[in-house]
Design a protein around this ligand. Structure first.
Ligand code: AMP
Ligand code: MG
Length: 337
């Protein structure tokens, strides 16, 4: 058991966090997407501690975080020209590219795969921490496996208190959903997980963009998926979540027929004035919904919600990421009214 310390993002605290990581420990790290649980990606024992702290299945690979594009060639090989073009456009930023790994990345980090996801976060504190360590940092989201991802340092403390020695507080995450994950297939790009960098952004490179089936459909436990994380029920609060599609009046009608003491709606902000029952709101457009989604799912548990009926988000731009996370939180339960 650790007495988990909350650190600031001052340089002396970043140095302290880096010392912990270089001693083989795991530290909570802010990024612009969600908070991560960071450890030295090249140290098998340290990476093992990430899986233990999260309760993460060992076949779910970790993303390796670098502080700049110039670090890439040390950890991955056979990088296609398109990957450098994408990096030039979106790195540092909320995109992860899956590429063939070099031997310096141990198989525990890549969950036995010959590829590894590489990301260069935009968040200044994350890059300062990577530089202070002088190491690539393996970092999954800093939640207990299965629960909503953390978008504030307090969320990380809630899940990781006693499990890790320290958390660096870098404020609320601006993006709020995990990075876009892509791989390269022939001349094209395969989208493995939607995020802030959208399908439309990727199509702008003038190559085919293939969307993995698991993004909007449930995959059977025995089905082969390219993105292992897509298999798992994920992002779920304790409350049961159901997505309800359709106009607000039909939505309201549906809830009125299924209402109860611990039932809450998850609405667009602009719906609230027209909705008569208990509710939480999660913004008015896809970007706001991305930033607020996980915090609102955590809030639902805090107020003791047993059932949440969520208004369906749009699937355009970062909306596809919001829809994808909400679908998993709902265990793919969608009601069309
Ligand atoms: P998280 O650490 O929670 O952000 O999840 C990272 C996700 O990125 C994993 O669950 C995978 O779906 C995906 N991912 C990471 N590395 C790879 C890889 N080498 N091949 C395919 N997908 C990957
Ligand atoms: Mg995660």
């Amino acid at each position: 058991m650790f007495d988990t310390r909350m650190l600031s993002s001052d340089s002396s605290d970043i140095e302290y966090g880096a010392k912990l990581i270089n001693d083989g420990e795991v530290v909570g790290m802010p990024t612009e997407t969600v908070y991560g649980l960071a450890a030295d990606a090249t140290n098998e024992n340290a990476v093992k501690k990430i899986f233990e702290a999260k309760g993460r299945p060992q076949d779910n690979p970790l993303i390796v975080h670098l502080s700049g594009v110039e670090m890439m060639d040390k950890y991955v090989c056979n990088v296609p020209e398109l990957a450098y073009k994408i990096a030039e456009c979106f790195c540092p930023g909320p995109i992860t590219m899956v590429l063939p790994k070099r031997d310096i990345i141990p198989y525990i980090t890549s969950a036995g795969l010959d590829t590894v996801g590489i990301r260069i976060p935009y968040h200044k504190t994350a890059r300062e921490l990577i530089d202070a360590c002088g190491k690539p940092l393996a970092a999954p989201s800093a939640n207990l496996s299965g629960s909503p991802s953390p978008t504030t340092a307090a969320h990380v403390m809630n899940d990781m208190k006693g499990r890790i020695p320290a958390i660096i507080d870098g404020g609320a995450c601006a993006v709020g959903v995990e990075s876009t994950v892509i791989s390269f297939e022939g001349e094209g790009i395969r989208l493995l997980r939607p995020g802030y960098v959208s399908v439309e952004d990727l199509k702008a490179f003038g190559v085919p963009v293939y969307c993995d089936k698991g993004i909007t459909e449930a995959v059977a436990a025995n089905e082969k998926v390219l993105s292992p994380g897509m298999k798992y029920k994920h992002y779920s609060p304790k409350a049961n979540v159901t997505i309800v599609t359709g106009e607000l009046d039909k939505f309201t009608q549906y809830v009125s027929e299924h209402n109860g003491e611990d039932v809450y709606a998850m609405l667009y902000d602009s719906d609230a004035a027209f909705y008569p029952y208990k509710y939480l709101t999660y913004g008015n457009n896809a970007k706001e919904q991305a930033a607020q989604l996980f915090g609102v799912l955590r809030k639902a548990d805090e107020i003791g919600a047993k059932q949440v009926y969520a208004r369906c988000p749009s699937q355009d731009g970062v909306g596809l990421a919001v829809y994808n996370r909400l679908l998993r939180a709902a265990g793919f339960e969608v009601i069309r009214v």
